[in-house]
Design a protein around this ligand. Structure first.
Ligand code: PEP
Length: 244
C-alpha cells in the first residue's frame, strides 16, 4: 500500500560497536510521525543486533539480499524464512550492486522477490539504468524490462511490494537525479505498475539522497520516499532525510 517510506541501506559497512552507536542515535532522534515508516537494511550478521535494538520501536529492519530458494544446499545463501525469524520486515532485491557485481539477472531478481513474499517479507524491488543506457535514451526500456520481469512472476502480488528507482549513475556518486528527472521515471513506472493493479504501491527514489536534497525529491508527486545508502550511516543525516 502506498505510504511514505525511508529505507537505509547500510551496504557492507559497520561493526558491532559502530552499529550500536548508530542504532542508539536513531532511536534517540527519531520522532516517528505517523505518516511515514523508517527502516534500516543491515548486513546479515547484524540483523539480530538490529532486532534487539529496534524491537518495539518505530524503526523497522531488514536485509539487503535474500535467496530465491526456501532451503537446501545453497552455501552462503540466506532464506526469507530465516530473515523473517529475526523480525525482518523488508528485504532489498535487485540492487544494482547485486545485478552488476554478482550477475543477478532480471529472472533471478523476480525469483527473489517471490521468495521474499513467500517468506512473509516485503521486497523492495530496485530498478535503474546505467549512465550509458540513459545517454542512449534507453531509460524507459530498461526500467520497464526490469519491472516487467518481476510483475510477470508476481502478478497481483506486486501490490505487496515496494519499488525503488535507483539510477545506477546516481548511486554512491554524489550525483543525484534532479527532482524532475526522477519524477519523470517514477511516473513511467507507476503507469506501468497499473498492468498488475499495483499503481498504488510506494515508489522510492535512491541515488545520493542527502538531507540537503531529500525534501525537494520527496515533494514530487510520484516519489514516496527514499532508499538511502551512504547517508544512512550518519544518524543526523538519515534522521533529517526521514523527516523531510
Ligand atoms: C543505495 O545503496 O541504494 C544508494 C542509493 O546509495 P547512495 O545513497 O549512497 O547513493
Amino acid at each position: 500500500m502506498r505510504g511514505k517510506l525511508i529505507v537505509g541501506n547500510w551496504k557492507m559497512h559497520g561493526g558491532l560497536a559502530a552499529n550500536s552507536a548508530l542504532l542508539v542515535a536513531l532511536l534517540a532522534g527519531w520522532k516517528s510521525p505517523a505518516d511515514r515508516t523508517v527502516a534500516v537494511c543491515v548486513p546479515f550478521p547484524y540483523i539480530g543486533q538490529a532486532r534487539d535494538a529496534l524491537a518495539g520501536s518505530a524503526i523497522a529492519w531488514g536485509a539487503q539480499d535474500v535467496s530465491a530458494h526456501v532451503s537446501g544446499a545453497f552455501t552462503g545463501e540466506v532464506s526469507a524464512g530465516m530473515l523473517a525469524e529475526f523480525g525482518c520486515r523488508y528485504v532489498l532485491v535487485g540492487h544494482s550492486e547485486r545485478r552488476q557485481l554478482h550477475g543477478e539477472t532480471d529472472a533471478v531478481v523476480a525469483a527473489k522477490a517471490a521468495a521474499a513474499l513467500d517468506g512473509g517479507l516485503t521486497p523492495v524491488v530496485c530498478v535503474g539504468e546505467t549512465l550509458a543506457e540513459r545517454n542512449a535514451g534507453h531509460t524507459p526500456a530498461v526500467v520497464w524490462r526490469q519491472l516487467d520481469a518481476v510483475m510477470s512472476v508476481l502478478g497481483g502480488r506486486m501490490t505487496l511490494t515496494v519499488l525503488a528507482y535507483e539510477p545506477v549513475w546516481a548511486i554512491g556518486t554524489g550525483v543525484t537525479a534532479t527532482p524532475p528527472e526522477a519524477q519523470a521515471v517514477h511516473a513511467l513506472l507507476r503507469a506501468r505498475l497499473a498492468a498488475a493493479g499495483a499503481q498504488g504501491i510506494s515508489v522510492l527514489y535512491g541515488g545520493s539522497v542527502k538531507a540537503a536534497n531529500a525534501a525537494e525529491l520527496f515533494a514530487m508527486p510520484d516519489i514516496d520516499g527514499g532508499l538511502v545508502g551512504g547517508a544512512s550511516l550518519d544518524a543526523n543525516e538519515f534522521l533529517a532525510i526521514a523527516a523531510a
